[in-house]
Structure formats: C-alpha cells, structure tokens
Design a protein around this ligand. Structure first.
Ligand SMILES: Nc1ccn([C@@H]2O[C@H](COP(=O)(O)OP(=O)(O)OP(=O)(O)O)[C@@H](O)[C@H]2O)c(=O)n1
Ligand SMILES: C[C@](O)(CO)[C@H](O)COP(=O)(O)O
Length: 258
C-alpha cells in the first residue's frame, strides 16, 4: 500500500520523495478598514466564531499541516493566544502567535521569522479567507511537494476587465485604454504554498510593495504555478462579503446536520 502523501512523514518516507513538513503562516494583523469600523477584521465573528479561528481550522484540518503561526494584530497577541485556548483545535497541530506589522508583507515576514527549523514547505493564508476548503489546501501542498517553488490557487474571472488611464482632471471620467484577454487572467487566492527557502529569499530580497507573496517569488525570476481555486475561498473584504460568508457557513452547517 502506498503512503498517504499528505500525512507528515516518517523518517524514511515510503513514497520515495524527500520527507517534508508543512507549516502555515496566517497573517491576521490587518485592521479591516474596508469592512468598516469595529474590532480588527480577523477577530470579528462569523457564525459566532472569530474569523481567525475559522481560518486556523481550515489550515489545521489539512493532515499535511503540523504547525500554524498566527500573526496577530500588533497589540493583540495575548488576546489571540486566549482565543486559541478557548476554541477546539486539532491536538496534532502546534501553534505559535507573534505580533504583526504595518503591512501584510511585513506581517508575513514576522511570521516567517518565527518559524522553527524542520519545516520545508510554508503556506501563507489570509485570516480574511476563513472558508477555504481543505481540498484546496491539500492541492497547494501537493503541488509544492511535487517540486513547484511557489503555488497559488486561482480562478478564472467572471467579469470583463478594463485597463484605465488616470482621469485627466478632478471629476472627469477615467478613459479605458485596453481590454485584456480575460482567458489569460486569473484571480488568485490563498493559501499560497512555497518551498520555504524560496519564500524566505523572496522576503529578504524584494522590497517593493506587493499584495501577495507569490509576486515576490515572480520577482526572483522563478515560475509560480496555479492549482484550481475555490469560490468559497473568497476574501472577506467588504460588508457584503461577510453576508456571503455567513450564508456559506450556514449552508455548510445545514449540510453537516448541526
Ligand atoms: N498589516 C497587515 C495588513 C493585513 N494583514 C492581513 O493580510 C490579510 C489580507 O489583507 P486584507 O484582507 O486586505 O486585510 P486588511 O488589511 O485588514 O483590510 P483593509 O485593507 O480593508 O484594512 C488579512 O488576513 C489581514 O489580516 C496583516 O496581517 N497585516
Ligand atoms: C494575498 C491576496 O489575498 C491574494 O488575492 C491579496 O493579494 C491580498 O490583497 P489585499 O489588497 O491585501 O486585500
């Protein structure tokens, strides 16, 4: 019988592939300005449970993930540790909590700095994507295990996209300058998965402002590959996203019979 490819390895893996251990870094230090006033977004409730706990469970539900590093709001690390103690989480998963930084990029770097040795695959997953299915997480891990240095879950776009130029003056409309070929565009999600050494090098090398970690790896000249994303892995960004997340969660609970 062949070894389950997602279970953390024994010292001599039966698969013939090198042993790998996977950690997830969850940047959760954002304010959530676009969601509106209130607690930091990751600590706001979804179905009565903080969004961050959903995101942590989504990572810990993967049998591949044996460590989760939570990057808490800068002044909220103690509160996050209390939250972790108060919620049921898989016992086989270890947790580390560190305070975050001023940008997502800075927060991810602080999470990476806290990673102990022995983990050679790193997932970076937004706390703001609380409902990513475990199959998506596993697909990302598998693609990294298969040799990709960087992997992103990606979905085709539902809308036609326009490139615009800046408005010529205040109150004037932006002119459309191009309509990119949508068939070659993808909306990317998290978790994004990386060979650890590649991700660390990217964060040490790239100093431009970026919105995701994979684009830092692209700047190193390495190839980033996609796996199919999932519509339920959407990011809770604006108030309507929270309405949708509540509906998705309610449907799941109904289907699961509780
Ligand atoms: N300084 C920051 C900013 C963002 N994030 C995290 O990065 C993820 C994606 O960011 P986004 O959804 O844009 O969250 P916010 O920055 O909180 O949103 P906004 O721009 O509306 O304030 C979130 O899990 C967020 O907590 C972070 O860890 N540290
Ligand atoms: C990382 C990300 O979720 C991938 O889609 C996204 O880039 C975060 O962007 P944001 O501007 O911080 O929401």
């Amino acid at each position: 019988m062949s070894a389950d490819p997602l279970t953390p390895p024994s010292p001599t893996p039966a698969s013939g592939r090198p042993a790998t251990r996977t950690a997830a870094v969850i940047p959760a230090a954002g304010r959530g300005v676009r969601l509106g006033p209130g607690a930091p977004k990751a600590l706001r409730a979804l179905g009565g449970t903080p969004m961050l706990i959903h995101a942590i469970r989504a990572m810990a539900d993967s049998r591949a993930v044996s460590l989760v590093v939570v990057v808490a709001p800068p002044d909220g690390a103690a509160e996050v540790r209390t939250l972790l103690d108060a919620h049921a989480l898989p016992e086989r998963t270890d947790f580390v909590v560190v305070p975050g930084g001023d940008s997502r990029q800075a927060s991810v770097k602080l999470g990476l700095d806290a990673l102990p040795p022995g983990y050679d695959i790193v997932l970076v997953h937004d706390a703001a994507r609380p409902l990513v299915p475990v199959d998506t997480v596993d697909a990302v891990v598998e693609a990294v295990r298969d040799g990709a240095p960087a992997v992103v879950p990606a979905l085709p776009l539902a809308d036609t996209v326009k490139q615009v130029a800046p408005a010529p003056g205040p109150g004037e409309p932006e002119p459309v300058v191009a309509t990119p070929d949508r068939s070659l565009l993808r909306a990317v999600q998290t978790p994004q998965g990386f060979d650890r050494a590649t991700l660390v090098r990217a964060h040490e090398t790239v100093k431009d402002d970026v919105t995701d970690d994979a684009s830092m790896v692209e700047q190193l000249g390495l190839t980033v590959v996609t796996v199919p994303g999932h519509e339920e892995a959407f990011k809770v960004t604006r108030p309507l996203d929270l309405v949708l997340a509540e509906a998705v969660l309610a449907r799941r609970r109904l289907n699961d019979g509780f």
